[in-house]
Design a protein around this ligand. Structure first.
Ligand SMILES: [Zn+2]
Length: 150
């Protein structure tokens, strides 16, 4: 889990997938490429981009994303960096903002999640930044199936 990334404007879906499997990935949608470069250097992140100019300028910490869709892009990154996808790392990070999720007691989410979810699930986690509540649900199943295909 030691690899950290920045995805730029065209790779937002890719950023969400990397977070879902636990990899620290910032999404940076800006035309000011120098800002992305600055953060990458400061935080030791690899830039995932479709910007060939950026690749040529900073080959040491950029990676050119070829794929046209998120699934293809995700596969490229997994392969290139030998990323390990482990069950215990799934859903440890907010897919919206990259913050680490914290476990939250079931009683505390009673009013915050749909009733059938509350009645059927026991493990919940929260993103303290955007207050999104996570639980094992159908989207987890979907992700696992896509991952198996890879
Ligand atoms: Zn969040």
């Amino acid at each position: 889990m030691n690899k950290k990334f920045i995805a730029d404007g065209m790779c937002g879906g890719l950023a969400r997938w990397l977070r879902l499997v636990g990899y620290d990935t910032i999404y940076f949608n800006t035309s000011k490429k120098i800002e992305i470069v600055r953060v990458a250097q400061k935080e030791g992140r690899i830039i995932l981009t479709k910007d060939k100019k950026l690749i040529l300028q900073y080959p040491e910490f950029t990676f050119y994303i070829e794929g046209e869709n998120t699934q293809m892009q995700f596969k490229e990154v997994i392969k290139k960096f030998n990323l390990i996808i482990e069950e215990e790392n799934l859903f440890t990070r907010c897919s919206l903002c990259n913050t680490s999720l914290e476990k939250i007691d079931k009683e505390k989410v009673k009013r915050l999640v749909p009733e059938f979810v509350y009645n059927n699930k026991n493990e919940f986690a929260i993103c303290k930044k955007c207050n999104k509540i996570y639980w094992e649900g159908d989207h987890c199943k979907y992700i696992r199936e896509r991952l198996k295909e890879l």
